[in-house]
Ligand binder design. Sequence first.
Ligand code: 8YV
Length: 328
Amino acid sequence: MSLRPAILIARKVFPEVVERLREFCEVDRNETDQVLGPTDLVQRLQGKVGALTTGSERIDAALLAACPQLRVVCNIAVGFNNFDVPAMTAAGVMATNTPDVLTETTADFGFALLMATARRMAESEHFLRAGQWNRWALDMFAGAEVHGSTLGILGMGRIGQAIARRGAHGFGMNVIYHNRSRLDAATEADCKASYVSKAQLLAQADHLILVVPYSPEAHHAIGAAEFAQMKPTATLVNIARGGIVDDAALALALRERRIAAAGLDVFEGEPKVHPDLLTVPNVVLTPHIASATLKTRRAMADLAADNLIAYLTTGRALTPLNAIVTEA
Ligand code: 8YV
């Protein structure tokens, strides 16, 4: 019998990452890449001390109770709303995520989605593909200005700051933000960003981008009441998490042109998308790909694997979410 620790790779990852893990562990992997539901996940985790997960696998108290051998779960994501961290801490299970390695790539995508939304790129492309372009017109797909406009950022962590720098330094935007806590003066100066209340953010932003982590308090932080406070010319971009925006209310606000347009990379109940969002023209929809460059996805998988190996070999993780849990 092998003394090497047994682990589960819950989704398909790069072969090089699997090979690295095999140097240290007995690896079981979900080669189908189908998301394992709670029952299947518990079953596959039997006898495993570690797991590599993505945002699709939920690690909660019920699962932990059914998998008493589990010692460490490493998410291939910076967001960790699929983890019940207090329950993991109570069970003595180390939780890790992948901060930093995706910051700039995700900020690039946030900016791309903002531009595609403000400049109506998806809507105009669909028009062209449908063979509807038979003459040029002065006001054809006239969108909203990006450079020199006011960029509002809700959630000013690493990714929010990277977006602020792009807006302020690259596009001469007036950057305002709202966050649970205000940044220190040096970081505000670096980002050229001014702290405002949520009400001011909603009222003043020409483009509002959401980069706030999901928590029960953030559920539907942007809904009908917030759309009513925004400019009718405003665009909204969500690269944070589904559930922060009330998608049904957003579809209505877009249809009634209470705001001008939205760009969404994340959805309530994804991969399902609210059917009303599929029928409004002024929305750009992408399937949760903000961190999706090969280089960044590889870096995320590498960091998750490094966390797993470090914890199993030294009792300490590199980017722990509950450092209080340690075996060192
Ligand atoms: C992931 C993300 O690709 O890191 C995150 O929080 O949302 C994405 O970068 C996704 O969560 C898959 O795990």
